[in-house]
Design a protein around this ligand. Structure first.
Ligand code: ADE
Ligand code: ZN
Length: 350
């Protein structure tokens, strides 16, 4: 494994959950619209006079059973209809940041899809200003840092992605990077080659979902055509030995989301998840929550359930947390401060 540290001592299995919860971490793969809990969804529906087809919060939760990514995306999209004002985007983001703080997340890079909301008649400014105000308040309100990554919707055209990029340009300074989300199979990364080249010219950091459900070829083209710095999910890489070598050699981070993979049936059980094998192969994996309101847990739940299912160790925990800071887009001085806090937390578990 890449990151070892002298302060990492073996920790008994019954103390692992406490270590995983206390461990400082960064979250690099979370769609803010996927953090909208049924309680807040119902409150916003009432505030904005939007009808919901579910009679109760529990009935909505009960509908969260998915056979694949598309089934989830359909219900996720329906949930976003309650978001109407800048304050709604602010409130949703603050609710997530409070949960992340409780899980000892020191830094988060939040995905959002402008096109979902402009498709409902909202302006890009309403969306981005609401999200950004919460991120700007994060240090004072939640003792953490937060930045924004705009995801293009890959089931739409590249021309529409260009329009989305144009609309975001007046708010350029509020966005750190560009990503690619939504229905993967049939919408390969190379469909967005030109708009990614433009985003790179404009100085955005680049990431893309690849290899969640689609084959390793999608990961190769995200790297070689889109020139991304991180791969979101990437779990299908395991089927391509040359790709595994490339990811390890170039230290390309994978933002893995175990509970998402379980809920969307990418793996039949967590015990069959490949994140342990990825780490042992020297891949720079991280743990993330993807759409926590829909997939049964925030980041610490992802850590504790995955570690229990796979029997991962304190050394794996340290590597994953360290990877999360190393793979983030924060500057070197903030990274050094967060890594100091990580090492201090492991010292207390000696
Ligand atoms: N949008 C929200 N969650 C997603 C996921 N897991 N994959 C692709 N697009 C998404
Ligand atoms: Zn995702």
């Amino acid at each position: 494994m890449a990151s070892t540290h002298p302060s990492v001592q073996p920790v008994a299995a019954d103390r692992m959950p406490a270590l995983l919860r206390a461990m400082p971490k960064a979250e690099l793969h979370m769609h803010i619209e996927g953090s909208l809990e049924p309680e807040l969804m119902f409150a916003l529906a009432k505030r904005n006079h939007v009808p919901l087809r579910f009679p109760s919060e529990q009935a909505l939760r009960d509908a969260y059973v998915f056979n694949n990514l598309q089934e989830f995306l359909d219900i996720y999209h329906e949930g976003t209809m309650v978001l109407k004002t800048e304050q709604d985007f602010y409130d949703m983001t603050c609710a997530y940041l409070a949960r992340a703080q409780a899980d000892n997340v020191l830094h988060t890079e939040i995905f959002f899809d402008t096109q979902t909301h402009t498709g409902h008649g909202l302006s890009a400014e309403v969306v981005i200003n609401g999200l950004y105000r919460a991120c700007a308040d994060a240090p004072a309100k939640f003792g953490m840092t937060a930045s924004l990554i705009l995801c293009f919707l890959r089931h739409l055209s590249e021309e529409e992605a260009f329009e989305c990029l144009e609309q975001a340009l007046p708010l350029r300074d509020k966005i750190v990077g560009i990503g690619l989300a939504s229905s993967e199979v049939g919408h390969p990364p190379e469909k967005f080659a030109k708009v990614y080249a433009r985003a790179k010219q404009l100085g955005f950091r680049l990431v893309a979902h690849a290899g969640e459900e689609a084959p390793p070829a999608y990961i190769w083209s995200a790297l070689d055509v889109l020139k991304v710095e991180r791969i979101d999910h990437g779990v299908q890489a395991i089927h391509d030995a040359a790709l595994m070598q490339r990811l390890a050699k170039d230290r390309i981070p994978l933002t893995v989301c175990p509970l998402s993979n379980l809920k969307l049936r990418v793996f039949p059980t967590l015990a069959q998840h490949n994140i342990g094998a990825m780490l042992d192969a020297g891949i720079m994996a991280t743990v993330n929550s993807d759409d926590p309101a829909y997939f049964g847990g925030y980041i610490n739940e992802n850590f504790t359930q995955t570690f229990a299912a796979l029997g991962l160790t304190a050394q794996h925990a340290y590597t994953l947390a360290r990877n999360s800071f190393d793979a983030s887009f924060i500057d070197a001085s903030l990274r050094a401060k967060y890594l100091e806090r990580l090492d201090a937390a492991f010292e207390t578990f000696r």
